[in-house]
Design a protein around this ligand. Structure first.
Ligand SMILES: C[S@@+](CC[C@H](N)C(=O)[O-])C[C@H]1O[C@@H](n2cnc3c(N)ncnc32)[C@H](O)[C@@H]1O
Length: 277
């Protein structure tokens, strides 16, 4: 366990176990999926050269590094030791002296009060067991008037990925991902809930804007999908033969999205901005 308070213990275990190692081992592959939201996210964060920036759930740290190139200093916080290690190695390789990485749970981490001008996140804020507590803690880390900007997924049924998962589910049981469970990837799929959480946490000027991007799945996306932690977990007791059929079905479904540059799937997100009241 990290030498820091952890409230989200299940998430801590997942991101320090197979899931976090898979992300760390496939940094480029996950970045190819998620990089298309970088420009809109950074534009919305409106970073200034004098800003100190917090990247929540920074993972392998690509957004932290991009922020560091535009601001005075960037701090990435994450639960995952393997991903933070990748982030540190990459920041050093890129010669960025103004980046710090912290292992901690953003919901309860003892941030220095009002230390940041901006808090941002690329898909790192959906997993809090108590989002109001988490965003209250993040608000406390921002100076008065400080800015919040994050990107999160819209509901699963709006994603091209849902068609691939439907093909898999014809051969192996998958959970209903359209149900926006608290603490899951779609936990901020409903903008009304996002507004209620942020407002209760001390933010105002809350704006939620639709953002459609293309995820670059590259070549052999089925192999990557079937190595992804949640998929492995769901299929752990499914007979090998059925997994094989599910994988063939996924390959066929991905086939509808092949372009000259590999497989690309539309991803519908929300870009959320707010100001610390
Ligand atoms: C979907 S990944 C996104 C990683 C990174 N932001 C990116 O875009 O590549 C979610 C990240 O949030 C982190 N995370 C989840 N819950 C967290 C929490 N309570 N505190 C800090 N980090 C958390 C995970 O460890 C993981 O790295």
């Amino acid at each position: 366990m990290a030498d820091t308070p952890i409230a989200n213990t299940h998430q801590y275990e997942a991101w320090n176990g197979y899931e976090g190692r898979h992300w760390a081992d496939h940094q480029a592959r996950y970045d190819a999926l998620n990089d298309p939201v970088n420009a809109p996210l950074l534009d919305a964060a409106a970073l200034r050269a004098t800003d100190t920036v917090l990247d929540i759930g920074c993972g392998n740290g690509s957004v932290t590094r991009l922020a560091a190139r535009r601001a005075q200093h960037a701090v990435g916080i994450d639960l995952s030791a393997p991903m933070l290690e990748r982030a540190r190695v990459t920041a050093e390789a890129e010669g960025l002296p103004n980046v710090t990485h912290v292992q901690g749970d953003a919901q309860v981490h003892a941030f220095e009060p009002a230390a940041f001008d901006v808090a941002l996140s690329r898909f790192g804020v959906m997993f809090f067991a108590d989002p109001v507590a988490a965003f209250t803690n993040i608000a406390g880390a921002l100076r008065e008037g400080g800015r919040l900007a994050f990107v999160c997924p819209q509901s699963f049924d709006r994603q091209d990925q849902a068609r691939v998962f439907a093909a898999v589910a014809r051969h192996a049981p998958l959970p209903d991902l359209t149900a926006a469970s608290a603490g899951g990837p779609a936990s901020f799929a409903d903008p009304a809930r996002t507004r209620a959480v942020l407002s209760a946490a001390g933010f105002d000027g809350i704006e939620v804007t639709a953002l459609d991007t293309e995820q670059v799945w590259g070549r052999d996306p089925s192999a990557f999908l079937f190595g992804w932690g949640p998929m492995r977990h769901w299929l752990r007791d499914v007979p090998e033969e059925a997994v094989g059929r599910a994988r063939e079905a996924a390959t066929e479904a991905f086939g509808a999205y092949v372009t000259g540059e590999g497989v690309r799937l539309k991803m519908s997100c929300w870009l959320v901005t707010a100001t610390r009241a």
